[in-house]
Design a protein around this ligand. Sequence first.
Ligand SMILES: Nc1nc2c(c(=O)[nH]1)N(C=O)[C@@H](CNc1ccc(C(=O)N[C@@H](CCC(=O)O)C(=O)O)cc1)CN2
Ligand SMILES: Nc1nc2c(ncn2[C@@H]2O[C@H](COP(=O)(O)OP(=O)(O)OP(=O)(O)O)[C@@H](O)[C@H]2O)c(=O)[nH]1
Ligand SMILES: [Mg+2]
Length: 487
Amino acid sequence: MDQRQAAPVRPGQTELETAPDTIFALSSGAGRAGVAVVRLSGPAAGDALRALGGRTDAPRLARLVSLRDPADGAPLDRALVLWFPGPKSFTGEDVVELHLHGGPAVVEGALTALAALPGLRPAEAGEFSRRAFDHGKMDFTHAEGLADLIAAETPAQRRQALAQMDGCLSRLYEGWRAELVRCLAHMEAAIDFADEADAAHAGADLVPRLTALRDAMAAHLADSRRGERLRDGFTVVLLGAPNAGKSSLLNALSRSDAAIVSEIAGTTRDMVRVRMNIAGFPVTLVDTAGLRESDDVIEREGVRRARAAAAAADLALVLVPADTLGDISETEADARVAALVGATDGPARVRLASKADLAAAGWGPPTGWLAVSAATGAGLDGVSERLADALGAAAPPAQGTVLTRARHRRAVEDSLAALDRFLAVAAAAGDGARDGGGDDPWTPVDGDLVLQAEDLRLAVRGIGRILGRVDVEELLDVVFADFCIGK
Ligand SMILES: Nc1nc2c(c(=O)[nH]1)N(C=O)[C@@H](CNc1ccc(C(=O)N[C@@H](CCC(=O)O)C(=O)O)cc1)CN2
Ligand SMILES: Nc1nc2c(ncn2[C@@H]2O[C@H](COP(=O)(O)OP(=O)(O)OP(=O)(O)O)[C@@H](O)[C@H]2O)c(=O)[nH]1
Ligand SMILES: [Mg+2]
């Protein structure tokens, strides 16, 4: 067998896993298309290609091939074919790509022919990417970036996913992990030489280094979940009294007729959600029941849900009809909003003078308010711009290295907690040394050293978990389960 294809054996990996099946799948989208890509990966990929009539003599070069079903010689397609001998391939294994005509019978024919070949089976969701991970082509953060890229619906999401796929998070966390491992090595040296004067010196410079690291972690965490929010999308809730024009505004902004509009106050009860793209940000705009006291059980539930949705949202658009604002001052106008939607906790608010076409001629909105009319469309662009501004402030800067998942956040938090324990013990030990008149900045105390080394090890584990360096088996399924077939 070709040695080139042998996977590096990871600790805990069994013999069986080192002789992988060859997998195949339609990697392009399902349904009718101009071109469909079927991908194969594994030791039998080259044999399969030759069985179909292709050749494996020119790596990574496109070649036009008349493919035939090996079972009966029936023509399958005149396809563009690529051969990527491992390890220089997406998965690190031998890979074949068949760029077929996209017709359903062509694709079906190729998949059926492949399924009949020895050693081949259909891929499971995410299996190509998982093999790339197994062969060291990417770590977890790369894989997650890839999944996010495929799911990205807006340019801002795409930017963030590409940065993660290109390894910006990987580099950051690898750097932290390497520094922690170096510190741990010093620590262990200090334990080994615990009786010698060198011990203190081995540990002395750890405190400033680990303090710098914990500060970097704390700053990384204190990002108001910008990256996670960009990944998940933003929620913007429309709030206001009945008949303020919320449903009309939702329809106008989303250019749809998702919500029922009527002159009857209390029309909307259920929340109506529309996904939209505002200046590159994925936004779920939520229409809600008009806020008022009511004896109607259903309307009361609608109002309760409206308030709950607003509390959980990133941003609220508060609508007050322009003709009820009259000539009142900004303070009065704001008091009216406060009376309507309650205290100031909750999401940031954009205040809208709605139905602005109904205000008297020459009327202007109070300072800080936007005038908008769903009826004429006047002011709609202003609302979109204000939303984009507010979301832009809440979204990560184009280049920054931001946390993108709760999984990473938990791991960094665990590492940070372990470092804080380490530093607390170090500080106590340092005080003890000073009290005793010693001039070492940090004199190790028996027993503490061992405990501290354990905290450092936990810190390393936390960061390692993000990269897939520990607890791998348990995490693999979680990370790759979100992928689609063919990825
Ligand atoms: N046809 C096709 N298009 C595609 C993919 C694919 O697999 N097939 N990709 C699938 O996601 C993306 C491209 N990603 C790829 C990543 C690495 C390698 C690869 O062959 N890597 C080798 C050699 C690298 C080199 O020559 O620079 C390696 O890493 O050793 C191929 C595709 C997007 N477009
Ligand atoms: N002139 C004018 N009328 C509007 C405007 N927006 C909404 N309306 C009218 O105001 C009435 C109420 O509009 P809706 O959008 O249903 O109001 P809502 O805030 O969703 O009301 P509820 O669902 O009952 O809370 C309808 O008759 C709309 O046609 C506007 O910008 N200008
Ligand atoms: Mg409504």
